[in-house]
Design a protein around this ligand. Structure first.
Ligand SMILES: [Zn+2]
Length: 204
């Protein structure tokens, strides 16, 4: 029943943008709908297991990012660390010890589904943590770092690496991800204790 289809394919990056939101036939509960429901249940379960317990109403963008980081341990996409000899190689000639992560495309599609699910279950757009600016910034960072690590040429126009960070530029958000958790490429999820299976089976 679960064809690893539509928005899931981690490899072969390509389709940037939101391929999910547009094509949706009216009526039939699509694969998108069932996937969305499954993702939503996964997130609610994550909240239930959260320590300390976290109510949906108190969920912020930071928690969503935490959730995305947590999902990385189930990822199947090799993302090379900057120190790896294969860093930047689209198709490395051999194995390495770099961790597997969730591909950016998967996370992006996931957030889209959860954002919709949140509002369908009564949440307002104003409080939607999946639409938080911090989440968008996090996804953008993931996309850029994975593009570099995997040698996938996204358009990399914006390199926000201004040496002088005294005055925040027109962009607005000054310190986006730093407050949430120190490094982006650290060891990430440390405890893979009793992780629940995420996507039904070994799909995607
Ligand atoms: Zn590597």
């Amino acid at each position: 029943m679960d064809a690893a289809g539509a928005g899931e394919g981690p490899s072969s990056g390509g389709g940037a943008g939101d391929a999910v939101g547009s094509a949706r036939p009216a009526g039939a509960p699509s694969r998108y709908e069932s996937q969305k429901r499954r993702d939503w249940n996964t997130f609610l379960q994550y909240l239930r297991n959260h320590k300390p317990p976290l109510a949906l109403a108190r969920c912020s963008g930071a928690h969503v990012i935490e959730f995305l980081r947590y999902l990385d341990q189930f990822g199947k996409t090799k993302v090379h660390a900057p120190g790896c000899a294969f860093y930047g190689h689209p198709s490395p000639p051999g194995p390495c010890a770099c961790p597997l992560r969730q591909a950016w495309g998967s996370l992006d599609a996931l957030i889209g589904r959860l954002r919709a699910a949140y509002e369908e279950s009564g949440g307002t757009p104003e409080t939607n943590p999946f639409a938080a600016r911090a989440v968008r910034i996090y996804l953008r960072d993931v996309r850029e770092s994975q593009a570099k690590a995997r040698g996938i040429p996204y358009e990399k126009k914006k390199r926000k690496r201004a040496p002088s960070s005294s005055a925040a530029p027109a962009g607005g958000e000054s310190s986006s991800s730093t407050a949430l958790s120190g490094g982006s490429s650290g060891s990430g999820a440390g405890d893979a204790s009793g992780a629940p299976p995420l996507r039904g089976s070994s799909g995607s």
